[in-house]
Design a protein around this ligand. Structure first.
Ligand code: ATP
Ligand code: MG
Length: 646
């Protein structure tokens, strides 16, 4: 792995919210005196009743219980909207950028307030009450934000399902959380195509039986079917409705939302987050990690269907009174310069995206980014998978022009917010490392037997020693699954499921899922390391590595490789790549089999689904497992057809 160290750019250090000394001092306080630290941090939120009890948590198996600020009362929508009205009513809360480059809208805090209140009143008319679950299946239009905030206004629990999911996946999620109301749109737009959202809901409701009302937002205006008695047009329901809705008083531990994990490793889990701790954590992490200052234009490219969209498009930024950009489209429409054009158009200061997008744009060629100005950018973020040092360097050089701070944020749906991440003005970065823990987060590396590794330089599974306010509270309707998934294997710890290496400087490097660790001739290796070596080759745009049973070595190294646009697969190139990996990492990591793949199976959030690649490599196609969260199932057929024989 790359051993280069980048010092925080001087420009950023000179104006930073958090210097290195401040980080060190606050981090020490946060772990030595969590009560005191979080009592202070809770003040960033407007409470209807201030909490007097701060932390009440135990990871003791099987009695795991997590409560933060448990006697506090608040309302999330008030924190995200109402409290900014005094000073910033006419400032932009949300910049919406449509799928087509000439469509956008600026929504002020005052407008947001009226629209969210109206949405909340419509939900009430439909019979939604505090504690009810509402499924939201919307494209990236402002109504998605209104709907989510409206739920928080009246104390309903939203479950947002990404608009790219199939009817089956939607039905499963509606049933799992028992929602009686679904909010959708006639159609969505993505990359110049329409997505038949309402038709998908109709299909899903053949298998989901508890739904009484479907609220439909008119978006494209194309014809759709409406079912009498069940389906309601939003604009009709909202006609003449009151523009004020009194916010519900919520206890800090009342459920805020349910969100299903991406399903990279198995059946999605209904992660439950609660109100007070989540909001404190989302807003603090957003401000500190992005070195956010009032007036900044902030853009997170995720979809609100993922936790990144929840914490870092909506709740964190709006709680901080930020201007947050919401993008309906995709990175390569109309072409691969779209992200950079949007950055220039809206003068974006903070930009947050995923390695999968960075690798794809890198693969498309530098010409798309070279024409852009990008001088407004100050902070660049990444999340979702380990970022290969090669992609990190490209991001830094071509997008950041060497003057931006890069924050590689490691976290999970389960953690609610950032866990391991650099701070722009405080942490020197190393490409490919998420660097250091956030306040209150105590990472520990354990070996397979559960022994804590005390030396600084070590490798193993990544666990967290104590609770933080943004932590999930349970798996909805299945507390046993919560306890067994996260607290049973390594008693007394939260188990992340990720493998990790800590280097001599105490920097953390996520090596991939624990299930993805290879054991080649007795040597344990993370898949991320071999993948990064492959991506570092100038003809490779993306790579995924899995193990397969090997008579001699125990496990062999099977590599799926996507080439840069314009490169041709050949046996020569396979040989070249094999030698390249031997040189970059060592003979032990040498690929046994290389398959050129035009596409890799990815989740809808863009993560490579290695469990499917493992099955293909093992010649075991009968049991591919849950593929409902795959973005493009046809990729799998191609992989099976062209697999490498041995
Ligand atoms: P499932 O839990 O259903 O398998 P998932 O783990 O992909 O799905 P998410 O919660 O969206 O669902 O993703 C969290 C995971 O993403 C982390 O556990 C880690 O494996 C990976 N990840 C996220 N950010 C980073 C990062 N900056 N570096 C390395 N890995 C990351
Ligand atoms: Mg996970």
């Amino acid at each position: 792995m790359s051993s280069d160290i980048y010092q925080p750019p001087e420009d950023i250090v000179s104006r930073t919210l958090t210097t290195k000394d401040q980080y060190d001092a606050l981090y020490a306080q946060s772990v030595n005196d969590p009560e005191g630290f979080w009592k202070e941090q809770a003040k960033r939120i407007d409470w209807m009743k201030e909490p007097t009890k701060i932390k009440n948590t135990t990871f003791e198996y099987p009695d795991v219980s997590i409560k933060w600020f448990e006697d506090g009362e608040l309302n999330v929508s008030v924190n995200c909207i109402d409290r900014h009205l005094k000073d910033r009513a006419d400032e932009t809360a949300i910049i919406w950028e449509g799928d087509e480059p000439d469509t956008d809208e600026h929504i002020t805090y005052a407008q947001l307030h009226r629209r969210v209140c109206r949405f909340a009143n419509v939900l009430k008319e439909l019979g939604v009450k505090k504690g009810d679950r509402v499924t939201i299946y919307l494209p990236m239009i402002p109504e998605a934000a209104y709907a989510m905030l409206a739920c928080t206004r009246i104390g309903a629990v939203h479950s947002v399902v990404f608009g790219g999911f199939s009817p089956e996946a939607l039905a499963g999620r509606i049933n799992d959380c028992d929602s009686a109301v679904v909010i959708t749109a006639d159609e969505g737009r993505r990359g110049g195509k329409t997505v038949p959202l309402k038709a998908n809901v109709d299909e899903a409701l053949k298998h989901a039986h508890g739904v009484e009302k479907v609220l439909v937002v008119e978006n494209t205006g194309n014809d759709i079917k409406m079912k009498g008695g069940r389906d309601v047009w939003w604009h009709e329901a909202a006609n003449g409705i009151d523009e004020f809705c009194k916010p519900e008083r919520m206890n800090a531990e009342d459920p805020l939302f349910i969100l299903y994990t991406s399903g990279s490793t198995g059946t999605p889990k209904g992660v439950l987050h609660t109100t007070g701790g989540y909001l404190v954590y989302a807003s603090l992490t957003h401000e500190v990690t992005f070195d956010y200052r009032q007036g900044d234009i902030y853009w997170c490219t995720a979809d609100v269907g993922w936790v990144t969209g929840h914490s870092y498009i909506l709740y964190g930024p709006l709680a901080n009174g930020a201007t947050t950009l919401m993008f309906e489209g995709v990175p390569n429409y109309p072409d691969a310069s779209r992200f950079w054009q949007v950055c220039d158009k809206h003068k974006v200061n903070i930009f947050y995206t995923a390695p999968t997008a960075i690798r794809a744009l890198m693969g498309a060629g530098d010409k798309y980014v070279e024409g852009a100005d990008l001088s407004s950018l100050r902070i660049l973020g990444t999340v979702g998978e380990p970022i290969n040092p090669e992609a990190w360097e490209w991001y830094n050089k071509h997008v950041g022009r060497g003057k931006c701070a890069i924050v590689d944020t490691w976290w999970q749906t389960e953690t609610g917010g950032f866990m391991i991440t650099p701070l722009p003005g405080a942490t020197p970065t190393k490409p490919g490392s998420a660097t250091k823990p956030f306040y209150g987060v105590q990472p520990e590396i354990l070996d397979q037997e559960g022994k804590v590794q005390t030396e600084t330089e070590t490798e193993g599974v990544l666990c967290i020693k104590d609770s933080w306010p943004g932590q999930m509270r349970t798996v909805y309707g299945d507390h046993k699954r919560f306890v067994s998934t996260y607290f049973e294997t390594y008693k007394g710890y939260y188990f992340s499921g990720d493998g990790c290496r800590r280097d001599k400087d105490g920097y953390y490097w996520i090596t991939g899922r624990v299930d993805d660790v290879l054991n080649v001739s007795g040597h344990r290796m993370g898949t991320a390391e071999i993948e990064s070596a492959l991506v570092a080759h100038d003809k490779v745009s993306e790579a995924a590595v899995v193990g397969y049973p090997h008579d001699v070595k125990g496990q062999g190294v099977y590599c799926y490789v996507t080439l840069m646009t314009g490169e041709e697969p050949s046996d020569e190139l396979k040989k070249e790549l094999r030698n390249w990996v031997r040189k970059e990492i060592g003979p032990i990591a040498s690929p046994d089999l290389i398959q050129f793949a035009p596409g890799l199976p990815k989740t809808r959030s863009g993560k490579i689904m290695r469990r499917i690649l493992r099955k293909v490599a093992e010649n075991d196609f009968g049991s591919l497992g849950d593929t409902s969260t795959l973005a493009d199932p046809s990729v799998v057929d191609d992989l099976i057809e062209n697999r490498e024989n041995r």
